[in-house]
Design a protein around this ligand. Structure first.
Ligand code: TLP
Length: 361
């Protein structure tokens, strides 16, 4: 796969585990971008965008798809399409739509998150059902159910397909729609050995990202019915997301869809290996068996340092990662980090923690 030093030749000294969003386009993507046939997509005339949209719809077994500049915009556009201002959106507490989209569902779509903490970030129908508002003039009404697969901040956890399907079937009986934030649905597909079509078939809309583990520089997709995509298209324009000769981006997206899923298993193996190494470090708490995709979240309480302190000390050693809570650190594997990089991250953290242990001896 792609040389871990990147096209710019920089970054070889840095092990960047902050996110899979930091991946740089592969040489094949750059070639496709340079050669892309383009047109004005606001007129619907960019052949590469049109190709990407048809291909995404086909892979997910849907009527239509829409290219959007980011996952955040994709989620917002979907929430706006399914709801009316004043409605509630059921979501898990640590969901991206709840915590990391600057409350856009409220500020822009006029909705209120009805968030609940769920074990490993995975909602179930009984939990969802308990959050649905009774039809009453006293309550804002439930407008949408959202689920995140894989669940980022719960550590890349997976929904069992029957759990998704039960939520969808029962939500539909209750006349509710289900949107899946599938930013990393290809990671779920690889981990579960099932196609993305199978994992998402009962969801009313799915957003997935080209720009995370799949490695494209920009962009996400929405897939769903023709009617949903028509609404999403209008919402995208309203948010300023109408793009012109964006085929240069879609070209990288097409390569990402074609080439990247088959390499994701390596990111998962590296994440498990990373977790196994971290688990051996005194003061670090993580269960490697729970690391099933490319995200490792570990507890640093036992080191007597905060997550921010640990990240900053690792940063000085050119190992980058992020704090997700006072004592939680997140490391995300991706194709720009190889096994040697993972070994370095483990060794540097080990060193930091042994200094703590010596100080307390
Ligand atoms: N996640 C980013 C940060 O925003 C936290 C990351 O580094 O993981 N849904 C999920 C589940 C996501 O993880 C993200 C990005 C998005 C949506 C938004 O995608 P973008 O960054 O394209 O707006």
């Amino acid at each position: 796969m792609y040389d871990s030093k990147g096209m710019d030749g920089k970054g070889d000294a840095v092990v960047d585990l902050r996110s899979d969003t930091v991946t740089r386009p592969t040489p094949a993507m750059r070639r496709a971008m340079a050669e892309a046939e383009v047109g004005d997509d606001v007129y619907g005339e960019d052949p590469t965008i049109n190709r990407l949209q048809s291909h995404a719809a086909e892979i997910f077994g849907r009527e239509a798809a829409l290219f959007v500049p980011s996952g955040s915009m994709g989620n917002l556009v979907a929430i706006k399409a399914w709801t009316q201002p004043g409605m509630e959106v059921i979501c898990e507490q640590r969901a991206h739509v709840n915590q990391y989209e600057l409350a856009s569902m409220s500020a822009i779509a006029g909705c209120f998150p009805r968030a609940v903490f769920a074990h490993e970030g995975i909602l179930t129908w009984p939990v969802v059902e308990s959050l649905i508002r009774a039809k009453s003039p006293n309550y804002s009404q439930t407008g949408l159910v959202t689920i995140e697969n894989t669940h980022n901040m719960a550590g890349g956890t997976l929904y069992a397909t029957q759990v998704v399907e039960e939520i969808c079937d029962r939500a539909h009986e209750a006349k509710l729609r289900v949107h899946m934030d599938g930013a990393r649905i290809f990671n779920a597909s690889v981990a579960l050995g099932k196609s993305v079509r199978e994992l998402t078939r009962k969801c009313d809309s799915v957003m997935f990202c080209l720009s995370k583990g799949l490695g494209a520089p920009v962009g996400s997709m929405l897939v769903g019915s023709k009617e949903f995509i028509e609404k999403a298209h209008i919402n995208r324009k309203m948010l300023g997301g109408g793009m012109r000769q964006a085929g240069v981006l879609a070209a990288a997206g097409l390569v990402a869809l074609e080439e990247s899923p088959k390499a994701l298993h390596r990111d998962h193996e590296n994440a498990r290996y990373l977790a196994e190494g971290l688990a051996k470090i005194p003061g670090i708490s993580v269960d490697p068996k729970k690391v099933v995709t490319n995200i490792v979240i570990f507890d640093v309480r036992g080191t007597e340092k905060t997550a921010t302190e640990i990240c900053s000390e690792l940063g000085k050693k050119d190992v980058l990662c992020g704090a997700t809570d006072k004592y939680l650190v997140r490391m995300v594997t991706h194709y720009d980090v190889d096994r040697a990089g993972i070994d370095r991250a483990i060794a540097e953290l080990s060193e930091i923690c042994s200094t703590v242990a010596k100080t307390h001896a």
